[in-house]
Ligand binder design. Sequence first.
Ligand SMILES: Nc1ncnc2c1ncn2[C@@H]1O[C@H](COP(=O)(O)OP(=O)(O)OP(=O)(O)O)[C@@H](O)[C@H]1O
Length: 226
Amino acid sequence: MTNIAIDIQNLHYQYRGKNKHNPLFHIPKWQVEAGDTVFLHGKSGTGKSTVLNLLSGILKPLNGDLHLLGENFGAMKGAATDAFRAKHIGVVFQVFNLIPYLPVLKNIELAGYFANNKTDIESVKAMLASLALPEEVLMQPVSQLSVGQQQRVAIVRALINSPEILLVDEPTSALDSSARDAFMQVLMDVAKRKNTTMIFVSHDQSLAKYFHQSLDVASLFAVEEH
Ligand SMILES: Nc1ncnc2c1ncn2[C@@H]1O[C@H](COP(=O)(O)OP(=O)(O)OP(=O)(O)O)[C@@H](O)[C@H]1O
């Protein structure tokens, strides 16, 4: 039996507001198997962030089904959504949501705290090393790090709980090409080792080669309404 990590059936979503340009998003069916990695691309404004926000529970479907790991995630209310996300979903978005005045290590430990996990300092150090971040950054406030370094801290934080599902949005935009390749290597190694299901959004088509599937977000939506 195949193991479906993401299962969407007949989902509708629309942002609030009476604006007639406000599109009605309709995903008739989208399934992603556990362990699959998906490169999600598409023109600006076509719905990539909207899809990620639905998958992370920041947005809730108007109707239809959104199951994650066999659970009815789309129907969960606020606190249940947050608990599920903390335990099962790693998120790296353009806005890193790191707490600037706290040291790097505290930021990483917070993710463990919300998931009821104790942070394993050795795995934090190993991940930092593989992302070419010196161990000294652990005790530095996030605000003293460069944007590229903050991006890597956000990755470590997202991976620290070994989430089954990882959602990533434009994570390499602040990295130079060698850091970007190292970053992608680490990300894909971790995903493979842990059988992580990953949805990765980027405009950088050169990254598509790292993924099992490459998907234009427009192909998810029913044509008649979009
Ligand atoms: N908060 C919002 N309120 C109303 N409409 C929104 C909101 N956020 C996005 N939209 C609209 O939804 C559509 C999809 O936007 P979305 O941000 O998902 O696209 P995207 O593919 O991620 O774009 P980009 O590549 O520029 O980040 C756009 O038409 C946008 O104007």
